[in-house]
Write a protein that binds this ligand. Structure first.
Ligand code: LRH
Ligand code: MN
Length: 432
């Protein structure tokens, strides 16, 4: 595997050298500006250097829709090539050292070999993702009418065993969490008994929970609709929260930004889950209509900022058990997936840094004074501050690229991978 092309640190150093003066000027200017607000820019850079967001293995392949998928050049053809691309993203932005696998899409033939390969690439593994929304060749039972909530015990048993299998693989490669998203639901009124479906889901999840190691977490991912279009068993944060409470302290709620109706106040859902001690993690992406899985911060950057505003508030007030797991979950249908994931990782860092420079003392004062204009202006002052120099400095100090996209393009990585990876028919690394 090591003979495959990788972007070397001297190329990054060379590219950074040509941008160092401009960055120093911009950084100095921003430092003085924040200094006037009593903010130490270097302290913010140190915080930014610590932010980590996991890459979805399924994100480095070209995604598609039910209408079509347009594979790009040099598509990864398996988990090892997916890891190469994940390592390339981390080399450039230095905030994505872990990968979230999806089973069976990434089922390793040899767990230890996979863990070694990841280690050599400077990567680790974040939450495992089970898949009981597709039937596997040769599988005994179909998930057409559901999985963990299916009326047939044998189907539920198959789905439970699959989730336990994901835990075992995760333990072997160093993961510490399992994300369970099920598409279970109905397409017609009367097709499903809402109460009994949820009871069956919980009964199944209790068996999965029993297999969760003590130092692991179980993330419940809710979603309003799709693939079911009339009702979904775990359709909202309230149901997810109820189930997490029912299951026990290792069970927490995962918020995928695309899994809500348009205009839902997701930052308030985040605040609630933090207050209730059940915020487990995120799948960051963006959307305009449905679960569009677009690049994070590409449609509603203000919403992403407002979500991090709640997260930073919790971090500063060390809310009980507050340790959310940050992951991207997007489908890159028309871009180079590496470029989209690099941009998304940068936008997540941007929202975090903008939230770090919010004048929280002032915000508290104007909130107690019921002064909405002053409150909004206090947030907007942070949101409209161009923190790019802080993000670039954090990457550079971590050994990454000041300008990741230009550096990536200068490396010719995709062209080289196109030669290294002759396309193989029928292999799809993305969601479809
Ligand atoms: C469901 C979802 C879930 C993954 C899948 C790839 O929409 O967000 O997190 O399993 O996408
Ligand atoms: Mn998701």
């Amino acid at each position: 595997m090591s003979e495959n092309f990788q972007i070397e640190s001297d190329l990054i150093a060379e590219q950074n050298a040509s941008r160092a003066t401009a960055l120093a000027e911009d950084f100095d200017y921003l430092g003085r500006k924040l200094g006037r607000r009593g903010i130490d820019i270097d302290a913010i850079v140190e915080k930014a250097r610590g932010l980590r967001v996991a890459i979805p293995s399924w994100g480095v392949g070209t995604g598609g829709t039910r209408f079509a998928r347009f594979p790009g050049p040099g598509e990864p053809r398996g988990i090892y090539e997916k890891l190469e691309d994940c390592a390339t993203i981390n080399k450039l932005v230095r905030s994505t050292p872990s990968v979230s696998l999806h089973i069976p899409w990434d089922k390793p033939d040899d767990n230890a070999a996979l863990a070694d390969a990841a280690k050599r690439l400077g990567l680790g593994f974040d939450a495992m993702n089970s898949n009981t929304f597709q039937d596997q060749p040769g599988s005994e039972n179909s998930y057409k009418f559901g999985s963990l909530s299916h009326v047939d015990r044998s189907v539920r048993q198959q789905a439970i065993e699959h989730n336990i299998d994901c835990i075992r693989i995760g333990q072997a490669i160093g993961s510490k969490a399992l994300t369970v998203w099920v598409g279970d639901g109905s397409n017609f009124a009367g097709q499903s008994n809402f109460r009994r479906a949820l009871e069956r889901y919980l009964e199944s999840m209790r068996e999965i929970y029993a297999a969760i190691p003590d130092d692991w977490r179980l993330f419940i991912e809710h979603k309003m609709y799709e693939p079911a279009f009339y009702s979904t068993v775990i359709s909202d944060w309230g149901t997810s929260y109820y189930c997490a409470r029912e299951l026990g302290e290792k069970a927490e709620c995962l918020v995928d930004l695309g899994h809500h109706a348009p205009n839902v106040n997701i930052e308030q859902i985040v605040s609630r889950l933090i207050q209730f001690g059940k915020l487990g993690g995120f799948h960051f992406n963006d959307s305009k209509y449905g679960d569009d899985d677009l690049d994070a911060g590409s449609v509603k950057p203000f919403q992403l900022f407002l979500i991090f505003n709640e997260l930073v508030d919790a971090e500063l007030n060390s809310a009980n058990g507050f340790d959310p797991s940050y992951m991207l979950d997007q489908s890159n249908n028309v871009t180079d997936p590496i470029e989209s994931l690099v941009m998304s990782a940068i936008e997540v860092s941007r929202a975090y840094v903008q939230a770090l420079i919010v004048d929280r003392a002032k915000l508290e004062d104007v909130q107690s004074a019921s002064d909405p204009i002053a409150a909004l202006s206090t947030l907007k002052e942070a949101f409209t501050t161009d923190v790019s120099p802080i993000l670039a400095a954090a990457r550079e100090r971590e050994g990454g690229a000041i300008d990741p996209i230009s550096t990536y393009r200068a490396s010719g990585y995709r062209k080289i991978k196109d030669k290294e990876r002759p396309a193989t028919k029928g292999i799809s690394a993305g969601i479809v």
